[in-house]
Design a protein around this ligand. Structure first.
Ligand code: AMP
Length: 237
């Protein structure tokens, strides 16, 4: 059983790296932001509660977030472990988490703010199927349309200069103390998130003492074609 937390500023590749680890080690990938986005898309009660907060780039209230994480982990579908992404984001959430679950490691993806801005502003999401695109890595065959379902590609509501500035400020103010808490427990491995995704994945595994990553045939073909896309759907409730 392996239990990991992955941390890093928006656009640092948490979703991509989590998905690669999750698929090789049969971990359940839990993305709190993805659970919220799903709720917004489905117009659930939770979605209505978080929509404005998310669009402004602000953090959702701790009680709601902790409830979501608790419920998700209570499903106990993680026989081989989990990797949780986007949580904890402040000291209170970190304390709640450490009281309730033991973890094997915290992966910290390190990226300068200037690079975050460049990447996040190039990020697009299919409004039909939710597929993630990054226009720096690849362009869809038909500009503005999803290669998979033909849906319209849109920016995430919180991927604007204004919301990003709020999120970066919040991250540095609130999330860095979380890293300090985990560092004191010697859980944290810090990895430079700027290189190609395979190199970042390998660096994570080297530091955690995990077996090397062997890209699957389909993954390799996708890269050769320059798609560079990542499906981030595994966290749906
Ligand atoms: P993310 O996909 O991780 O960038 O999360 C998107 C948005 O969901 C954030 O900007 C917050 O509004 C909300 N969110 C996700 N995780 C948390 C959390 N642990 N605490 C509070 N809000 C969160």
């Amino acid at each position: 059983m392996r239990k990991f937390v992955i941390m890093g500023v928006q656009g640092s590749g948490k979703g991509t790296q989590s998905a690669m680890l999750a698929s090789d080690f049969d971990l359940v990938h839990i993305s709190v932001g993805e659970i919220f986005r799903w709720n917004v898309l489905q117009h659930t009660k939770v979605g209505a509660q978080v929509r404005r907060t998310m669009a402004a780039g602000e953090l959702v209230g701790d009680d709601l977030v902790e409830g979501i994480v608790k419920d998700r982990l209570a499903q106990h579908d993680w026989n081989y472990g989990f990797i949780i992404d986007g949580f904890p984001r402040n000291e209170r959430q970190a304390e709640f988490f450490l009281e309730s679950y033991d973890i094997d490691g915290v992966i910290h993806l390190d990226m300068p703010d200037s690079e975050v801005r460049r990447r996040v502003l190039a990020r697009r999401l299919c409004s039909g199927c939710g597929m993630d695109y990054n226009l720096l890595a690849s362009t869809p065959e038909v500009p503005g349309k999803c290669d998979v379902c033909g849906g319209e590609l849109v920016s995430r509501e919180d991927d604007t200069e204004e919301a990003l500035a709020v999120r970066l400020r919040d991250y540095h103010q609130k999330t860095n103390p979380v890293l300090d808490i985990f560092r004191r427990k010697e859980y944290v491995v810090t990895v430079d998130a700027r290189p190609a995704k395979e190199a970042v994945q390998q660096a994570i595994r080297d530091q955690l003492g995990l077996p090397p990553h062997h890209p699957r045939a389909a993954e390799g073909a996708g890269q050769a074609a320059g798609t560079g896309r990542v499906a981030e759907g595994s966290a749906r409730p």
